[in-house]
Design a protein around this ligand. Structure first.
Ligand code: ATP
Ligand code: MG
Length: 311
């Protein structure tokens, strides 16, 4: 996409000139707080909302000029899922299969396959009105997959899910990218989610991309990891400080520990353990601190990501 903009009348510039590219088979994590412009971007890319400026293409088709072709190549599970409470999960899938023009003999089979894959086989013939939030998100994902799209958009697919359902969804998304070569554009406000799942991350704040890269690179930009060591014997602290000083900048904590920055990364950890061991210095705890994506967000915007809404 190029300089993509969406302005709402009497509203903010929800998306304020975004440039990004996502490769085939890549999982791209679009990370940002409430109101950052994630859903607005997804709505434009899925042709449901026209941009006010700029352009973008999805699957090689322009979102404005070739919107029908874009729609044929994508699947989308949007934030506001449009499920009908009086239909069952199976009925939703059968209906979607019909709308997508699947031959009638394939519809049953595809429906059964997808219900199984998202773990809704047992609940298949219950009305969606009685589904939990997690079950609805899973059905929504299944609906997006009916026509085997090459590109999948997921808008905050795990918001409100319990840890178990979240892990199951992560696994399915990873499988789709890995085994089926699907390109996935996923929005999230969860650091761990972007970190665990995405090959590449774009951090969006107030309609603008403030950082982009692999999770590892973004964190490495912020700084190197550090290790905090607490000696088993309090009076070893001086000796510990001397030993650790050889590995990088170190400082003593108020709680009787020493923290040392590791400019070369966590690879130094094994050597630290060896040195402490060969000097008979007994350690009570040894903790590695990695810079987090929250540190990245903080560095770029001056605010913490968690809880950084528009308000
Ligand atoms: N239809 C609309 N009319 C006016 N303003 C809108 C409209 N839709 C979104 N906005 C505004 O645009 C901004 C971006 O909203 P958007 O829904 O894209 O954020 P988001 O990143 O998806 O947030 P969330 O994590 O809460 O879903 C917000 O300030 C929002 O209030
Ligand atoms: Mg949203």
């Amino acid at each position: 996409m190029h300089e993509l903009v969406r302005e709402f009348r009497k509203g903010p510039r929800a998306v304020d000139g975004i440039d990004l590219a996502v490769g085939t088979g890549e999982i791209y994590g679009f990370l940002g707080p409430n109101g950052a412009g994630k859903s607005t971007t997804v709505l434009m890319l899925t042709t449901l909302l026209p941009p006010t400026a700029g352009r973008a293409s999805v699957g090689g088709f322009d979102i404005t000029r070739d919107s029908a072709k874009v729609r044929a190549s994508i699947g989308a599970a949007l934030q506001e899922a449009a499920l009908d409470p009086i239909l069952t999960g199976r009925e939703h899938l059968m209906l979607q299969a019909t709308l997508q023009g699947l031959p009638s003999r394939r519809r049953n089979e595809r429906t059964r396959e997808l219900l199984e894959r998202v773990g809704l086989t047992e609940a298949a013939d219950r009305r969606v009105g009685g589904y939990s939030g997690g079950m609805k998100r899973r059905l929504d994902l299944a609906l997006a997959l009916v026509h085997q799209p090459r590109i999948l958009f997921l808008d905050e697919p795990t918001t409100g899910l319990d840890p178990q359902s979240r892990a199951a969804l992560w696994e399915e998304v990873e499988r789709l990218a890995r085994d089926e070569g699907m390109t996935v554009f996923l929005t999230t406000q969860y650091l761990e989610e972007a970190d665990a799942l995405a090959d590449r991350i774009g951090i969006i704040d107030r309609g603008r991309i403030v950082a982009e890269g692999t999770p590892a690179r973004l964190k490495a930009e912020i700084g190197s990891p550090s290790v905090e060591v607490t000696p088993a014997q309090k009076d070893d602290i001086g000796r510990l400080g001397e030993l650790l000083a050889g590995f990088g900048d170190s400082k003593r904590g108020s709680n009787g520990s020493v923290t040392v920055q590791l400019p070369g990364g966590e690879a130094a950890l094994a050597e630290i353990v060896r040195v402490l061991d060969s000097n008979d210095l007994h350690v009570e705890t040894l903790q590695l601190h990695q810079p987090s994506l929250d540190d990245v967000f903080l560095a770029k915007t001056g605010r913490k990501l968690e809880g950084a809404g528009t308000e």
